[in-house]
Write a protein that binds this ligand. Structure first.
Ligand code: AMP
Ligand code: MG
Length: 346
């Protein structure tokens, strides 16, 4: 059977420059160690700048592989397959990782009034965006699948550590939140092994650990959504922060001149159609950044800005289809626009 992975962005959306600042002082002699591998439908890259012990990379990638096995769908006996197979039949015992993913997801579903919903699985499967089998489903198919989407029918029991999808045919899809959680877990592995300077890049889902070799915050570029991969719209400096982008250009396909992207409305089963081209979230934890990037995208520009401004220690950079940049309050002094095609709008 063809291995099908959970839907995740294929393109890096945030570029990173390891160089920084003008007058670099302390530079260690060790070259960084780095490894890149294809897991979970995306390129996962870990670079360590202050240790040369390759076994740390082994441990980091073992953790990523663990998630790859756990979260893949349509591979027999994965945790997620099992939950989905038992929908409408019985509750399923889940491990701590899956429990946390579902718990966090339900929290963001409540905060967004259901716009963010990891029970979007049946709709994701209809569209298959990002796979060769991507297509526009018929209205009938969408109408039939929609009642199977609904976070209120996901029953999570904290005492038993079980989950039950109440309707037969329901399916969880962690594409909007898993990379963030895995990034956090990889960072934990690195910290446990004494690493203080590293970049974790899971297909553009970036965590910047500590500082760079010159003991300065990392310089992180935000990609130009017009898919010019080596171009950025601007940059900022970050230490111990996650930087995650959701956008219409990450995964999409075109049919009869219409572009269909991968963030789908749990309300009507079609891609959300709003003014946002991409939204980047800067947060302490990447699980929050990942969930919030998708959540904010689904809320649209005005609601999205209000939403992020209401959450402490989280900031956002919005890029709209008319090439304007909107910033939340906390990032105004830390974002430099470098691309003339774009204008700061607030
Ligand atoms: P991201 O790139 O983090 O914004 O996540 C997008 C992925 O999340 C999609 O490829 C789907 O697998 C899944 N997804 C799509 N729409 C939603 C939604 N409304 N809520 C939660 N997950 C979604
Ligand atoms: Mg996300």
């Amino acid at each position: 059977m063809k291995k099908k992975l959970i839907s995740m962005s294929l393109l890096a959306v945030v570029f990173l420059f390891s160089g920084c600042g003008n007058n670099a002082k302390k530079v260690t002699n060790d070259a960084p160690i780095s490894r890149s591998n294809f897991y979970l439908g995306t390129y996962c890259k870990v670079t360590i700048y202050d240790k040369s012990d390759e076994s740390i990379l082994d441990k980091a990638f073992n953790r990523i592989e663990e998630f790859d096995k756990m979260l893949s769908i349509n591979k027999e006996n994965t945790e997620v397959d099992n939950i989905n197979d038992k929908s409408g039949i019985e509750k399923v015992k889940v491990n701590d990782d899956i429990f946390k993913l579902i718990d966090k997801s339900l929290n963001y579903s409540k905060l967004t009034g259901g716009a963010f919903d990891t029970s979007i699985g049946p709709i994701v499967k209809l569209w298959n965006i990002g796979l060769d089998s991507a297509r526009v489903p018929s209205k009938e198919e969408v109408t039939k699948a929609l009642p199977l989407v609904g976070y209120k029918n996901v029953e999570l029991n904290a005492n038993e550590k079980t989950v039950y999808l109440k309707e037969k045919g329901m399916a969880l899809d962690f594409g909007a939140i898993a990379k963030g959680y895995i990034a956090d877990e990889v960072v934990e592995v690195l910290k446990d092994n004494g690493v203080k300077k590293a970049i974790v890049d899971l297909g553009g889902n970036i965590y910047a650990l500590g500082s760079n070799k010159e003991d300065k915050p990392w310089k992180i570029g935000i990609q130009d959504p017009d898919l010019e991969r080596n171009n950025i719209i601007g940059y900022m400096y970050s230490s111990n922060k996650s930087v995650v982008t959701s956008g219409i250009y990450e995964r999409f396909f075109e049919k009869d001149g219409v572009k269909y992207h991968h963030i789908l409305s749990p309300f009507n089963g079609y891609p959300f159609n709003n003014e946002i081209m991409g939204v980047t979230i800067v947060s302490d934890l990447s699980i929050d950044g990942d969930a919030l990037s998708t959540s904010t995208f689904s809320l649209g520009l005005n609601e999205g800005i209000k939403f992020i401004n209401s959450i402490p220690n989280v900031d956002a950079i919005f890029i709209t289809k008319d090439h304007k940049i909107y910033l939340t309050d906390g990032i105004r002094n830390n974002f430099s626009l470098t691309n003339e095609k774009y204008k700061l709008a607030n």
